[in-house]
Write a protein that binds this ligand. Structure first.
Ligand code: GDG
Length: 499
């Protein structure tokens, strides 16, 4: 029986747990020359789930940081009492192992040059645009690739040092695609999972990467590769055949001469739906939602967008569609769009250009359609606490999630979880992973501005009964497939691969 199978019988109900640690009999101490650590569950992610802040006495404090991966893994980590390896976000040597926010954390240090070449360069200006359908042109620089290899090696070393014999190592995302193989080379006793949070592109796009074979081989160090959508897993399997000349059978790849089988499949990520709903139900949050509507002068229709300020999120397409709708008067006179665009990757050129474009577009729309005392767009280039986000979700009539490409999009799922009142509608891009699950949304192709406008109008004018039916179906889906379910199904499958 798989270890997660055992958990399913647990009287405490569902839990996310790494597969049981190995023993000498199943190879737990048999192979590999690397160091041995004490953790039987090791998460390796680009960032630590905390930000460093200086306290007034001159010391350092750590505060939880927002973001998709953190939102997803925090509850799993607490359940499994594992260790999380990641970068603190600052230049310089890593902090020693420490405990913060109830988690065991191990930092990996990045130098100023590595931040420039690995993080801002290869991760954010090569892989991110390449994997998101080349919305912005990816840049290929050999120096950036060298930095990517060396930083991946540092993360792999840290994992090797922390993992107990037979441990489960779960590596996350496109920043660390070489880590699975690097860990396997030193520690064949550990079980390795990898989850890709962003899309895996079609082969014609992936093939542009000068280091495509190395990336495929790096990933194939894992036992199980998880993707957001089935199409992503299929794209990866094709890359195995085309870039590395390997044989695939269904969802399995024959990885190397030993004919080790690696599985690639979809595990759509989700959120801690119950915890978020609890926040949304709090009296102070409901009061705040009412205050928000009051502060906006009780609009007939309140539209909301919440995104990192990223060119993948389709913010400009959304603003342009909204501007045209104002011009055509199709949403009535008392409509407001609140657009939260939380600051992101501000040192990367394409993000600076996007910010200018977005801010110019907002100014143009407000310049044309504002009246003294009221503006049709409220643009907020800030980050907010979860309570404020929940209040915004709750105050909204129509949520706009219109990315040009997005692995999943957690904002859509967060919105649905907050709407315990079963009100509100969702306009959702078909190019998000969430579109595979949230069938109660008004699905759109964000490149089709006329279609986007029509969908916004439909979502704003649908009958209350239909809106409720749609919302109910989406809430059911997210409640039944939450982040605990996601982690459990990934770890269960990982346990079965080598079990
Ligand atoms: C990547 C993939 C995939 C945003 N602003 C604030 C804030 N956030 C939180 C949201 C949400 C998260 O950040 C963003 O998650 P998304 O899924 O929307 O997008 P990415 O950051 O691009 O995440 C994505 C995800 O990984 C998980 O696998 O879904 O496709 O691109 O949770 O709420 N949170 C707070 N204040 C803000 O101002 N507290």
């Amino acid at each position: 029986m798989s270890p997660m199978g055992k958990m399913a019988d647990d009287v405490e109900g569902r839990r996310s747990r790494p597969p049981d640690s190995g023993t000498a009999a199943d190879g737990g101490t048999a192979a590999g020359g690397g160091a041995r650590g004490r953790h039987s569950f090791v998460v390796v992610a680009s960032r630590l789930p905390v930000d460093r802040i200086e306290n007034p006495e001159g010391g350092t404090d750590w505060r939880p940081s927002p973001g998709g991966l953190v939102t997803a893994l925090e509850p799993v980590m607490r359940e499994a009492a594992g260790v999380w390896i990641g970068w603190s976000g600052d230049a310089g040597p890593a902090p020693g192992p420490f405990r913060a926010n109830g988690l065991d954390l191990v930092g990996v240090g990045l130098s100023v040059d590595q931040i420039r070449d690995y993080y801002e360069g290869f991760c954010n200006a090569t892989l991110w645009p390449l994997y998101h359908d080349v919305i912005s042109p990816p840049q290929f620089h050999r120096r950036w690739w060298d930095a990517y290899v060396s930083v991946n090696r540092s993360f792999a070393q840290a994992a090797v040092a922390q993992a107990a014999p037979g441990a489960t190592v779960w590596v996350h995302d496109y920043q660390l695609q070489l880590v699975p193989r690097m860990v396997r080379e030193q520690r064949s006793d550990v079980r390795i999972g990898f989850f890709n949070h962003i899309p895996f592109p079609g082969y014609e796009i992936f093939a542009q990467l000068p280091w495509r074979r190395q990336v495929v081989e790096g990933l194939l160090g894992a036992d199980l590769l998880g993707f957001q959508r089935r199409a992503d897993a299929a794209n990866f399997l094709r890359a195995c055949r085309r870039a590395a000349g390997l044989v695939t059978r269904g969802s399995a790849v024959l990885a190397d001469r030993s004919c080790r089988e690696v599985r690639a499949a979809a595990f759509p990520i989700s959120i801690d739906s119950a915890a978020l709903e609890e926040i949304a139900r709090r009296e102070d949050v409901r009061k705040r939602a009412a205050e928000i509507r009051l502060a906006l002068d009780q609009p007939d229709t309140l539209l909301l967008g919440i995104d990192r300020l990223d060119y993948t999120k389709g913010i400009l397409h959304r603003l342009n569609a909204y501007g045209e709708l104002l011009n055509e008067g199709r949403l009535g006179p008392r409509v407001v769009l609140v657009q939260v665009a939380s600051p992101s990757r501000e040192r990367v050129e394409a993000y600076q250009a996007l910010r200018e474009d977005v801010e110019q577009t907002v100014s143009r729309i407000n310049g044309e359609y504002a009246e003294v005392g009221s503006s049709p767009v409220h643009y907020l280039h800030q980050s907010y606490p979860r309570e404020e986000m929940a209040a915004l979700y709750l105050a909204t009539d129509v949520m706009l999630v219109t990315p040009l490409r997005d692995g999943m999009n957690l904002v859509a799922k967060e919105y649905v979880s907050c709407r315990y009142d079963e009100n509100g509608t969702l306009v959702l891009s078909e190019f998000t992973g969430a579109a595979d699950e949230l069938s109660g949304a008004f699905l759109v192709n964000p490149h089709d501005i006329e279609g986007l406008k029509d969908a916004i109008v439909r979502a704003a004018t649908v009958s209350p009964a239909e809106a409720r039916r749609r919302m109910r179906s989406m809430r059911k889906r997210v409640r039944e497939h939450d982040v605990v379910d996601w982690a459990a199904s990934f770890l269960d499958a990982l346990g079965r691969v080598r079990g």
